[in-house]
Design a binder for this molecule. Sequence first.
Ligand SMILES: NC(=O)c1ccc[n+]([C@@H]2O[C@H](COP(=O)([O-])OP(=O)(O)OC[C@H]3O[C@@H](n4cnc5c(N)ncnc54)[C@H](OP(=O)(O)O)[C@@H]3O)[C@@H](O)[C@H]2O)c1
Length: 289
Amino acid sequence: MGDDVSLAGRTVLVTGASSGIGEATARLVATEGAHVLLVARREDELDRVRTTIEVAGGRATAYPCDLTNYAAIDALVERLLAEHGAVDYLVNNAGRSIRRSVALSYDRFHDVERSMAINFFGPVRLTLGLLPAMRVQRFGHVVNIVTWGVQMKAPKFSAYIASKTALDSWSRVAAREAYADNVTFTNMRFSLVQTAMTAPTEAYRGHGATPEQAARKVLKALQKRPIHVNTFAGNVGELMNLLAPRLTEWLFHRFDRRFPDSRAARGDDAPAATRPPGGAGSGARPRSG
Ligand SMILES: NC(=O)c1ccc[n+]([C@@H]2O[C@H](COP(=O)([O-])OP(=O)(O)OC[C@H]3O[C@@H](n4cnc5c(N)ncnc54)[C@H](OP(=O)(O)O)[C@@H]3O)[C@@H](O)[C@H]2O)c1
């Protein structure tokens, strides 16, 4: 582990391959000679990505699947194992982000449920389905696209960060158990990437990496198989949480008050009384990584 491994002739399954980081990753990985297995719900978008890859001389197959549907995941696993034997690489990228303060979430337990459904339960079920064959063939690598929020614990992302942290932690434990079978895991704690997920957020425009830049990092992680890929800011946040937890709590609280919930998160016509303390004004920040 650590040396570059060629992806040529390998199967690389990318979830959320119909747009954003997943699409860019699928296209890039195909140029390395891998057979890319594209998973997402939108069949037409998957076909578009598959055609683009094939026109460029690459190899791809589309597998439409709703990764919040357990029966659909199980059927997908069965089909993948029948058609390819073990999948060599799995990129758990499909996900959704919700930015909403806890004060606006007292009656929105479904935000927690839907975050966990796609960011944790779906990828874990898919990984559990593919892991045994990886271990038998004594090769496999799983890349999880998580977020720097795992280290930062940024306010207003409670459900999102908790669900990504769950996947991050689950994978670390699984990696320790699968170590001897040469099956490895990378948690990629990305900061902002300009995708459909962040596009509605005006304040984020012009900031962050492009999907292609993010994809280059994913490719490197597939080749080098590091345990995690962090940002400098994420590392600083993690260190602050460790070394000065009370001060960091206060700093993040100040930050939280400065950037209130978006109009979308409040509901456009929500009365001011439902706004969290200090949450005056409206930043348009419905979603982000
Ligand atoms: N953009 C950022 O700033 C940022 C930062 C850190 C981490 N991330 C993470 O990066 C990943 C990719 O996000 P992105 O920014 O590239 O956004 P995106 O363009 O909106 O991509 C999300 C992908 O997830 C798929 N997806 C969503 N729900 C699904 C479901 N139930 N079943 C199957 N596929 C589903 C979508 O495809 P369909 O709609 O076709 O199903 C789409 O391909 C996410 O996990 C996100 O949390 C993003």
